[in-house]
Write a protein that binds this ligand. Structure first.
Ligand SMILES: [Zn+2]
Length: 315
């Protein structure tokens, strides 16, 4: 470094230091938050929109991710079992998903299983139907999907009850309905040999739940989580990438989410029964111990709304 350049750099550093010294703490915090936001945006920009990864330790289980949504698919010699097209607002999403499958196998796509009836996960199934896949959903999804009749979401071809196993090419995939939770249509999908489960939305991995709280069933979801904990599995694939680093979940993550809901419910009960819901209870609502979790600030209003609804209104 030349002397001149060193002098200029030193002067710049002094100026920066001086500016930082003079800036009020709030402005400094804002700057820091801005920097952090920029870093996050840069990180996101580096990430491809679409990505397919094989689940470690398996030879046939994959995760297809499109943006912030993801789905599991299983490849067997006799065909592919796919789940959730995750193509809401992504007109080519279904075809993109199939193109990713085709990079791995030319085997027919035999099934497309809807995890639950929400369009952000199941819109985009037409490409699968055109490819010859049979679309499967829980029986409760029938009336919901028929009532709304979304043009981007084909109706299922087959409805299952509370306990069905799909067998294909030596792979078994159990489809279980374990009661009300984030929806009344959620299928818990379990690969017994691989000890992997795929559960969408109800049990976020490493993040505070957010918008998905608006129509969930708070009391029943706690029972649902206990039933999930009682099942035999080791890794959980969530419907949105786990935090940090897209990780999969463990039983500890389910226990953490159950505890989070219990803390939220206790807070809602305290405020609701004191007559403070909706206002000012929703503003006072805190989730103690979870302040540093990803999604806290964004998720808190939805959690407060749901539990103020339960304890301040009775629904
Ligand atoms: Zn959902």
């Amino acid at each position: 470094m030349s002397v001149l350049r060193f002098a200029a750099t030193a002067a710049a550093l002094v100026a920066l230091g001086f500016a930082a010294f003079n800036a009020p703490p709030r402005a400094q915090a804002q700057e820091k938050a801005q920097e952090k936001g920029q870093e996050k945006a840069q990180e996101k920009a580096k990430r491809p929109q679409i990505q397919t990864t094989k689940v470690d330790g398996t030879d046939n289980v994959y995760i297809f991710r499109n943006g912030n949504h993801q789905a599991m698919f299983v490849v067997t010699k006799q065909g592919v079992i796919a789940t959730d097209p995750v193509a809401y607002g992504r007109p080519t999403g279904g075809a993109d998903y199939i193109a990713e499958i085709r990079k791995i196998t030319q085997a027919p796509i035999r099934y497309l299983i809807y995890s639950h009836h929400h369009f952000d996960h199941i819109a985009g199934g037409k490409a699968f139907k055109d490819a010859g896949a049979q679309i499967i959903a829980h029986k409760n999804a029938k009336k919901r999907l028929a009532a709304v009749n979304d043009p981007n979401t084909p109706m299922p071809d087959r409805y299952v009850g509370d306990n069905t196993t799909i067998n294909l090419g030596g792979t078994a995939l159990e489809l279980r309905y374990l009661g009300l939770n984030h929806s009344d249509t959620t299928l818990v999908m379990r690969l017994p040999r691989e000890k992997i489960i795929f559960i969408v939305d109800t049990i976020p991995v490493g993040t505070v739940p957010g918008r998905g709280m608006i129509d969930m069933y708070p009391i029943e979801t706690e029972a649902f989580m206990k039933r999930v904990l009682a099942m035999d599995w080791e890794r959980l694939i969530p419907g949105h990438p786990g935090q940090p680093n897209d990780r999969l979940g463990t039983k500890k993550d389910v226990e953490d989410q159950l505890k989070l809901l219990q803390v939220a419910s206790a807070e809602g009960k305290r405020l609701g029964q004191a007559g403070r819901c909706w206002e000012p209870g929703e503003k006072e609502f805190k989730l103690e111990g979870y302040e540093n979790w990803p999604g806290y600030a964004a998720g808190l209003p939805f959690i407060a709304r749901r539990y103020c609804g339960l304890w301040g209104r009775g629904t």
